[in-house]
Ligand binder design. Structure first.
Ligand code: FE2
Length: 134
């Protein structure tokens, strides 16, 4: 996954975490050997899941702080992604074969779409309010 500056939503705390997510997806990509998962991939994937949960929690706290009107919808999107990824991990543990490139494409697409179409709206709401994250 490549990070482009237009993915920034203008909230440093959030942007920093998004960049970390992008970096982790890139690391995941690099850790594959001939399209297969390795022990390193497993670790990176676990970090990605934990960090994503942490990031979503902070983003949701921020939305609460600013009284963001689309918070429920946004929360649902986060929850759906976490559930999807947890299911993928469970399948992996059960020994199910997963196309690693497909997984990386899915994660990359999800993150970029979500940032550009959803998280940017939070950035705009913050701008409108002149809110300064504490
Ligand atoms: Fe989000």
């Amino acid at each position: 996954m490549i990070w482009y500056d237009n993915y920034n939503i203008g909230v440093e705390q959030v942007d920093k975490q998004h960049r970390q997510l992008a970096k982790t997806i890139k690391k995941l990509q690099k850790s594959l050997t001939q399209g297969r998962f390795t022990p390193e991939t497993g670790e990176t994937l676990k970090f990605l899941v934990d960090y994503t949960k942490h990031h979503f929690a902070e983003e949701e706290a921020l939305m609460e702080d600013i009284g963001y009107e689309e918070i429920d919808h946004h929360r649902k999107l986060h929850k759906k992604l976490v559930n999807q990824v947890v299911e993928i991990l469970l399948n992996l543990k059960k020994g199910k074969q997963i196309d690693a490139y497909e997984l990386i494409d899915f994660l990359t697409e999800w993150l970029t779409n979500h940032i550009v179409h959803e998280d940017k709206k939070i950035g705009k709401a913050i701008e409108r309010q002149g809110y300064k994250p504490g």
